[in-house]
Ligand binder design. Structure first.
Ligand code: C2E
Ligand code: MG
Ligand code: MG
Ligand code: MG
Length: 299
């Protein structure tokens, strides 16, 4: 069928590109093996989609000022029949190279919208952040298609947040930028993920339709013990305030970090301190319990 042909074409293109760039390193066995491994994994990922080995989990994001769980991040999981759960850190970078990310990304987006409807039906109304790879913005209809999918599901655009990395902005492709503008104009939140690990200049950042900054968890790991790191996080939060953007701290693991982030006015927090990623049903129960407890404490 047509979809299969497109998949094969993508893969052939990838193989051609890889071998092209290897023309000087023709005898480099290690490189050749890597390409073969990637092609193998590409097929495995496409098969895994059909075999429903992927699922999406949700990690809580807490609003600092109220303590309420109002957002979450969708994180993909691969339950491999032989190798157990494979972390996205392992397969997403390869999927980005081979092109499989297009189908994986489509699966995640569809699942998130469906899951949001389930959440809504069970009485919780959160904003869901979804990680996106640069390639997914190459299609000039990407924004339109995602917005239509939201409309079909009665999901308000501001309940969706797309997380992209600094490197995507630095590449500055016109088509990608047009998609970003269209999404932001419609109310979709756009976040820079892993902020501080790339090379974007701050002036640059201002010219993009970004409204959320996520501070990479690497910065937070030794806060508040390490003075330099603590000062850095403080600066990153100030930058967000100055640029009039929302700021999220990733990798919050203990109470001292919570106190620090509250004091510095970091708008949102995410990390194991509050909760790991959970399957849909668990996440819904967790959210209800968390918010009920926060509201009960107020009285
Ligand atoms: P990310 O977007 O920066 O996601 C945050 C990662 O940090 C997640 O790892 C999460 O489990 C982990 N994390 C959250 N809080 C803590 C904490 O307190 N301590 C520690 N040590 N870790 C924490 P995960 O789920 O393994 O995802 C890794 C990366 O894979 C993500 O980083 C994202 O870049 C990518 N990814 C995940 N799902 C998708 C997806 O659906 N599409 C795309 N394109 N990329 C995805
Ligand atoms: Mg993310
Ligand atoms: Mg991140
Ligand atoms: Mg990260």
């Amino acid at each position: 069928d047509a979809e299969h042909i497109v998949k094969c074409a993508e893969l052939a293109l990838y193989a051609a590109k890889s071998s092209g760039s290897m023309s000087v390193a023709f005898y480099d066995e290690r490189l050749r093996q890597t390409t073969e491994q990637h092609i193998l994994l590409h097929h495995e990922m496409i098969n895994a989609l059909d075999a429903q080995q992927f699922h999406v989990e949700y990690q809580p994001v807490i609003e600092t000022e109220t303590g309420l769980l109002t957002r979450c991040e969708a994180l993909i999981r691969w339950d491999h029949p032989e190798r157990g759960t494979i972390s996205p850190g392992e397969f997403i970078p390869i999927a980005e190279k081979t092109g499989a990310i297009i189908w994986i990304g489509e699966f995640v987006m569809r699942q998130v919208i469906q899951d949001w409807q389930v959440m809504r039906g069970r009485g919780i109304d959160v904003t869901v952040a979804v990680n996106r790879s640069p390639r997914e913005f190459n299609d000039k209809h990407a924004a339109k298609n995602w917005l239509l999918a939201l409309e079909d599901a009665n999901m308000p655009p501001d309940r969706l947040m797309l997380e992209i990395t600094e490197s995507m902005l630095m590449r500055n492709k016109d088509g990608q930028l047009a998609n970003l503008r269209q999404l932001r104009d419609a109310g979709v939140h756009l976040a820079i993920d892993d902020f501080g690990t790339g090379y974007s200049s701050l002036n640059y950042l201002r010219s993009y339709p970004i409204d959320v900054i996520k501070i990479d968890r690497g910065f937070l790991s030794n806060v508040p013990e390490n003075n330099t790191q603590t000062a850095l996080v403080e600066v990153l939060i100030r930058i967000a305030h100055t640029l009039d953007m929302q700021v999220v701290a990733e990798g919050v693991e203990h109470a001292e970090q919570v106190d620090f982030l509250f004091e510095k006015g970091c708008h949102y927090q995410q990390g194991f301190y509050y909760g790991r990623s959970m399957k849909l049903d668990h996440f819904i129960k967790f959210t209800k319990k968390h918010n009920a407890e926060v509201l009960a404490k107020r009285d």
